[in-house]
Design a protein around this ligand. Structure first.
Ligand SMILES: [Zn+2]
Length: 159
């Protein structure tokens, strides 16, 4: 009973790790395109290059990191003065909020700042994906002027 349980947990964990590693080069690339791992890696590399070229990205990151750090540093004192006492869990709650803010920042950057770089890279290779949400627009007729997924105006690839 005990062994099977721990085995199950181990399998679950290694599955997650494998998925995570695989997703590094798969993210934001439609599996339908059936690109090999090397190409996906290359697309991501060039997408990162684009990402770094845009200084707004670093500015958002710096602001986000500084803000969450500031919240982590000052929030325990704010809670203390608000409640009129000090408990260790005020610091712990501030830390949890800090981690949550970092996670939100990371996901925001991934989905709204990095993903469009991947889509742009895919488009430059002739894949007609939406520049905003990555939806595959390939089979849509030219009469459809906007992305059915996010409503963005279509930009037709000349090929
Ligand atoms: Zn879209």
């Amino acid at each position: 009973m005990h062994t099977s349980r721990s085995h199950l947990r181990f399998t679950y964990r290694s599955y997650n790790l494998a998925t995570l590693v695989m997703n590094i080069y798969n993210s934001f690339i439609d599996p339908e395109f059936s690109l090999d791992r090397k190409t996906k890696k290359q697309i991501h590399k060039l997408a990162w290059k684009q990402w770094f070229k845009n200084s707004t990205n670093m500015a958002i990151y710096a602001t986000g990191l500084a803000t969450s750090m500031g919240i982590f540093i000052f929030l325990p004192d704010i809670i203390d003065s608000f409640l009129g006492n000090h408990f260790w869990y005020h610091t712990v709650s501030a830390f949890i909020i800090y981690i949550a803010l970092l996670a939100i920042l990371f996901h925001f950057m991934r989905h709204f700042r990095f993903a469009p770089c991947v889509y742009a890279e895919l488009r430059s290779r002739g894949f007609d994906v939406c520049p905003k949400c990555g939806y595959n627009l390939k089979d849509l007729t030219p009469e459809i002027q906007t992305c059915p997924e996010c409503g963005r105006q279509r930009e037709f690839l000349d090929s």
